[in-house]
Design a protein around this ligand. Sequence first.
Ligand SMILES: [Zn+2]
Length: 252
Amino acid sequence: MRYPSFLVAAALLTAAAVLTSCSSAPVTGRQQLMLMSDSEAAAMGRDAYREILAEKGIASNAEQTAMVRRAGERIAAANAGLGGNWEFNLINDETPNAFALPGGYVGVNTGLFQVVHDENQLAAVMGHEIAHVIARHPEERISRQALIGTGTAVLGGAAPELADMAAAAATLGLVLPFSREQESEADTIGLQYMARAGYDPRAAVQVWRNFDALGQSGPSFLSTHPSPGDRIASLESQMPAAMKIYEASSAN
Ligand SMILES: [Zn+2]
């Protein structure tokens, strides 16, 4: 049978995008599908961040706010390639969680201080969140979603809806949980980030013990995430290398 030309064109465009749009994550070098530019992702991140801040409000605890900004800025300054355009805010939300969005927009919930008890532990969580952004995990999720959406549209002959589906997938990508692989990668990269900024990487293990003690599996609390036990085992296997970075850090 003959396919309508617009379907062939859409399929070819998709194939071309896949073939030409790969990138690799820092530290691990893992190959990633990447169908979104930095500037597109940053614009989405900025809009989502403004919405979250408007909805929940910036928290007023001056001491915790100062700690969040200090840890974030130390991590950004100590690690090459992180750039200087980060925004760190303490957010009114009692859920023990933190997040980071493309463009460098980081939010730490007031509730995170239920499980982080000092600046080293806070830096472990922030290093992990910053790692998600630097490794372009949100864009990777969006790219996978968009590809699935595009394929469905091509099969269903719904080419005019491609743009809509990509947009819906993009929105989903910002709110869906990260994959297990991405979580482990953010743990690995984040451990190096905090150590290079002079924060004791052993605090990362303590954070996951604290989450475990609270009966929760960590930020976002979803079953797709590695269990605290798995994360602790993995972090401990990487600890000798992280301690070398920490001991060599001039920020220490
Ligand atoms: Zn994560």
